[in-house]
Design a protein around this ligand. Sequence first.
Ligand code: EPU
Length: 423
Amino acid sequence: MDRLVIEGGNTLKGTINISGAKNAALPIMAAALLTDETCVINNVPALRDTDTMIRILRAMEAKVERKKERVSITGACGKLKAPYNLVSTMRASICVLGPLVAKRKFAEVSFPGGCIIGPRPIDLHLKGLEKLGAEIKIKSGYIIAKAKKLKGANIYLGGHFGSSVLATANTMMAATLAEGTTVIENAACEPEIVDLANFLISMGARIEGHSTPTVMITGVKKLHATNYKIISDRVETGTYALAGAITGGDLFLKGAKGAHLLAVIDKLRECGIHITEHKDGLRVKRKVRSKIKPASVTTLPYPGFPTDMQAQIMALLCLSDGISIITEKIYPERFIHVSELGRMGAQIILEGPNAIIKGVKSLSGADVMASDLRASAALVLAGLVAKQKTRVHRIYHLDRGYEELDKKLKNVGARIWREKEER
Ligand code: EPU
């Protein structure tokens, strides 16, 4: 396994190209199972998670070819099972459930279970499919879904923490081939859901209202081949925006779409970071010695502040001139990075879903452990500005979701490299 070593203190300057969105690519790749024809998907980031999705599709005997960022999928699969050894490594594997039930009338998908960021139930996924007429059983750790025919329905898809991104994705995908009209209320409005809807529309689906909490899908008999380009990754964009901010740098994030990051941009401006939106990207600047203003951040479903940016903004607020509060309203236990940032000198108190952060003048490099994808990104950000060396261990989490993170940061002036862990 690799670790990342960072020698902090460099100001980052230059251009970073933003990759395709991981969380759009994963459900879109699964959606290709809704047709026997070939779907060509462009701008798919080269990540461990997209590789895992390819392995799942191949395990079901779908034909998948990858050439750099272009993935072609012919979804005429022979096996209808997503096995435990793959699903257990990536929760988004659950996205094959909706397309399989809709197209093949049967699916056997390993139960994804919880993960390090807290419990992650799937009741809303099952509710959506059951309302469409699927019969679902849990047997030996697998979700077994069958349907003679799916029929459009009115479905309220809100849970204890509000809307669900992937439950909306699963229900929407299944409804494209159901008989009649489906209305999903309290649907997720995330840009990745809008991208999925646009992909499905390009395959011949009839969908309206995507990007609002009420999505209407009128079932069609058949979907067809398509050639589609997925959106740029807003969380990768936000992470590099913070790399510019935390190092007092000047970065141009090429391909970034400001409209997908309004809450993050707003918060960063409140902290005193200079951000300008351009036709082809975002520019992020902070003067090295200018103060970072403290802030209060609450994570919420889109268009609120994304939970996937909570750990990264915490790294910045650790160096702010005052006291900040972060309230995590999507995953109240997603604070595993707090103790690792503490090892670097951060002062953070946790009280339930609230983190109270007292800004410090500087952080110092340390050995820290990456625990989940976004927490790992926060440790890298802290390492970029910390005095001395930071070693981030177990970085396979980063490889799940950030394409060539070390190379992209090195190109704009960071001292960062990979090393093999000694055994
Ligand atoms: N929830 C339920 N029941 C369900 C599903 C979700 O109660 O059936 C709850 C969750 O426990 C959570 C909330 O609803 O409290 C929202 O979870 P959601 O279902 O929206 O999460 P997800 O769809 O499983 C996606 C992203 C996550 C991101 C969340 C929230 C993908 C592949 N994953 O997960 O991304 O944190 O939405 O925005 O799209 C990441 O990329 O690092 C990541 C974890």
